[in-house]
Design a protein around this ligand. Structure first.
Ligand code: AP5
Ligand code: MG
Ligand code: ZN
Length: 218
């Protein structure tokens, strides 16, 4: 089963992905995480992506679309057998959405659901500026909403927590503008296909997960 998580920065896409992966047979394809991995390993892709990400702009499609297929093709057979493949942060514009449709068709597959997270802008900024992520396992915390037991240390693996490079107030505002200008059109795109459902992303992570299961019919 192929599911897109669609929502603005800080909406809770990563947080819901982690809950789904904990509780169900699922894997995540998160383009932002793939870029960050490449940046920290100083690969050619990482070097190219970094300047866009630091500003909060979209990385060009030609650097993005192929890496999604590389990741998807590792799981495409499991997807047919019912494993949930979560697209987190992709597609982010109409061109990417069309490339995804085409590639799915070529593989005799389809996007089954698109989950849209509805969250107000002030909440997004508060969430993003307070987010802390683990340098080792990628676990996500928040200084007030979801603090780690020991400040600056990951509950799951004991490694150091850091703030993402793009998690400052200026960059966040640009990321939200970019979302409004390029990504939000996908809400109608998938509504017209009849595969989109909305969830209230302002609720707690557990409630968001419950609503996701409800709407999925489970
Ligand atoms: P990406 O990494 O995808 O970032 P994003 O879309 O900006 O989304 P975030 O990861 O910031 O938010 P999230 O929805 O995952 O929220 P989270 O669950 O962590 O992309 C980064 C950059 O990469 C882009 O700007 C772009 O440059 C590039 N890029 C990526 N994909 C691309 C593509 N397809 N094309 C081109 N460029 C691309 O939650 C946030 C915080 O809130 C956390 O602290 C969490 O603890 C807290 N929180 C979450 N849910 C709740 C809740 N329900 N209640 C209270 N607190 C909550
Ligand atoms: Mg994320
Ligand atoms: Zn960790």
């Amino acid at each position: 089963m192929n599911i897109i998580l669609l929502g603005p920065p800080g909406a809770g896409k990563g947080t819901l992905s982690n809950k789904i992966i904990d509780k169900k047979e699922a894997v995540q394809i998160a383009t932002g995480d793939i870029f960050r991995y490449n940046i920290s390993n100083e690969t050619e892709l990482g070097l190219k992506a970094k300047s866009y990400m630091d500003k909060g702009d979209l990385v060009p499609d030609e650097l993005t679309i192929d890496l999604v297929w590389d990741a998807f093709d590792k799981h495409k057979d499991e997807s047919k057998e019912g494993k949930i493949i979560l697209f987190d942060g992709f597609p982010r514009n109409i061109e990417q959405a069309k490339a995804l449709d085409l590639g799915m068709e070529e593989r005799n597959q389809k996007i089954d659901h698109v989950v849209y997270f509805n969250v107000d802008e002030e909440i997004l900024i508060q969430r993003i500026t307070g987010r802390r992520v683990c340098t080792n396992c990628g676990a996500t915390f928040h200084v007030t909403n979801n603090p780690p037991k020991k400040e600056g240390i990951c509950d799951k693996c004991g490694s150091e927590l850091i703030q993402r490079n793009d998690d400052n107030e200026d960059t966040v505002k640009n990321r939200i503008d970019v979302y409004n200008a390029h990504t939000s059109v996908l809400i109608d795109y998938y509504k017209e296909k009849g595969i989109l459902f909305s969830i209230d992303g302002t609720n707690s992570p557990d409630e968001v997960f419950e609503e996701f299961l409800d709407k999925l019919g489970e």
